[in-house]
Design a protein around this ligand. Structure first.
Ligand code: SF4
Length: 351
């Protein structure tokens, strides 16, 4: 028999179940329909380059997903808004271009176990989550077989065994999807197991979640990040200075406050940030928030996103202009990833 006080607690919980964290609620309220996204930003789909049928065609290939706090940073009524362009489906996504493939980085060949990508000798990547808080149209993993890489208990045990046996590995990168789309409880449980592997030193978290949903940086996440023996590095993903608002600034200040090392990586995207003024402004803003500009990724040729691609020569010219505007420590490294090389390849210094 349940004691009376416990029984009344159970009753109270049934009547008032604990509310989910704000970020979970905001994620549930994210826009998942391209026409609704147009309405939210005050655009008539019939006046766009991609009318309604095109929006739906792109959406069928890769679902629309955009949280409202990110939409609030868009310029209403502007079909060329650089944030909107990153998330609005396009009919062009249905076109096939030579050289653009579903797995541009050939990750399938560096996938020794489900949920694990091992490309570089000292670090591995865990696809902890099969989803994100935003679906970026240019994502090089937009076709990634997340279902085959889900990290159940058995898969995780095999990964832990793999890591235990290779003492060259000293860093684990949590990726996805977006690892912060996972609950704090699951994050804590996975990382606790990683901490038992003596040769691991660092935990790197690749995430766009604090950018598109700053409420993800809450007390529970900060408590978890402050605990444990592994050094924490967070690589956020911002492509355009308009993505930075006061709520993101506050989230980054909280992360800095507990000693998380913060870097940013951007993807060079035609029509979004292929302008040295924009990239320079982004670097300046990042630095003012104590986030170091780390990588500027040359576009990975993923099928469905060719309209974002820039020729390498154009990327290099833009990069030279960026170098002329900024001190070296504010210039992210322009890199391309080639499947068969032991590290990313710098493009910016080739002439
Ligand atoms: S958040 Fe990152 S992994 Fe997720 S869709 Fe965007 S680019 Fe891809």
């Amino acid at each position: 028999m349940i004691p009376k006080t416990q029984a009344s607690n159970h009753l109270a919980l049934a009547e008032n179940p604990p509310s989910p964290p704000l970020w979970v609620t905001e994620l549930r309220q994210a826009i998942r329909d391209p026409l609704e996204l147009c309405r939210e930003v005050g655009l008539d789909p019939q006046t766009l380059d991609t009318p309604a049928e095109g929006l739906q065609a792109g959406h069928q290939l890769f679902q629309t997903l955009v949280p409202r706090p990110f939409i609030q940073r868009m310029q209403k009524g502007d079909p060329k808004d650089p944030l909107l362009l990153q998330v609005l489906p396009q009919s062009r996504e249905t076109q096939h271009w030579p050289g653009f493939t579903q797995d541009p980085l050939e990750e399938a060949s560096a996938n020794p176990l489900p949920g694990l990508i091992h490309k570089y000798s000292s670090r591995v990547l865990l696809t902890l989550a099969g989803s994100c808080a935003v679906n970026c149209r240019y994502c090089f993993r937009r076709h990634f077989p997340y279902a085959e890489n889900s990290l159940g208990q058995e898969a995780l045990d095999r990964i832990l065994d793999y890591l235990n046996r290779d003492s060259r590995i000293n860093e684990v990168i949590l990726s996805g999807g977006d690892p912060l789309a996972t609950s704090d409880k699951r994050l804590a449980s996975v990382v606790k197991k990683l901490e038992s592997i003596p040769h691991l030193k660092r935990l790197r978290i690749h995430t766009r979640l604090p950018v598109v949903l700053p409420s993800r940086v809450d007390t529970r996440l900060l408590d978890w990040l402050s605990s444990g023996r592994l050094d924490k590095v967070m690589v956020i993903h911002i492509n355009h200075p308009n993505e930075i608002d006061t709520s993101l600034e506050a989230a980054l200040a909280d992360l800095r406050g507990i000693g998380v090392t913060l870097f940013n990586q951007s993807v060079l995207l035609r029509g979004v940030n292929d302008d040295p003024e924009i990239l320079a402004e982004l670097s300046e803003k990042l630095f003012s928030l104590k986030v170091l500009p780390y990588y500027l990724h040359a576009f990975d040729p993923v099928e469905g996103a060719a309209h974002f691609a820039l020729e390498d020569t154009a990327a290099q010219q833009l990069y030279q202009q960026l170098l002329a505007r900024l001190p070296g420590y504010l210039v992210p490294r322009l890199v391309r990833e080639f499947p068969d090389r032991p590290s990313k390849t710098p493009l910016g210094w080739s002439f």
